[in-house]
Design a protein around this ligand. Structure first.
Ligand code: ZN
Length: 163
């Protein structure tokens, strides 16, 4: 496994649409391992492939540090409720902002063996799924932020959620 370089806001790759994965390959499997390593190293809870420069529909998430989740070709098929809270992004270090997201989402995806699965997510996991799937369509949370972006204060840094 290896750390990958996280692309920073302003990099055109973060505005592009990602291609579907039709077949799991050793290269993509290594990418998934590297994405987890890169996400954990940066203290993030989610990372999308374009954030490491790869335009494929792959997301990794772990909101507890003990529940690694790989989503290949994820799609939100149902959503309801609403949550408004602070969100950050590993591609925009040191910043956060207020974003409203659905409270519950149902995500259809494939796992790393390309088996179809459904993930029922709520709260932080739902927020994270929405944030990461937006990356696959070239969108950043800053397009949805309410009010101004804030600087993350160092005192609170351990509590920040960065995706
Ligand atoms: Zn992000």
């Amino acid at each position: 496994m290896a750390l990958r370089t996280i692309r920073i806001d302003g990099d055109p790759i973060l505005t592009k649409n990602c291609r579907e994965v039709t077949k799991m390959t050793p290269t993509l499997s290594t990418l998934i391992d590297d994405m987890f390593e890169t996400m954990y190293d940066a203290n993030g809870v989610g990372l999308a492939a374009p954030q490491v420069g790869i335009l494929r529909r792959i997301v990794v998430i772990d909101v507890t540090g003990e529940d690694p989740l790989v989503l290949v070709n994820p799609k939100i098929i149902e959503q309801d409720g609403e949550q408004t809270g602070e969100e950050g992004c590993l591609s925009l270090p040191g910043k956060c902002g207020i974003v409203t997201r659905p409270m519950h989402v149902k995500v259809e995806a494939q796992d790393r063996d390309m088996n179809r699965m459904i993930v029922e997510a709520e709260g932080l996991l739902a927020r994270c799924c929405c944030h990461e799937i937006d990356h696959l369509d070239g969108h950043m949370y800053t397009e949805k932020v309410e009010g101004d972006l804030q600087d993350v204060s160092y005192d609170d840094e351990d509590e920040e959620i960065e995706e």
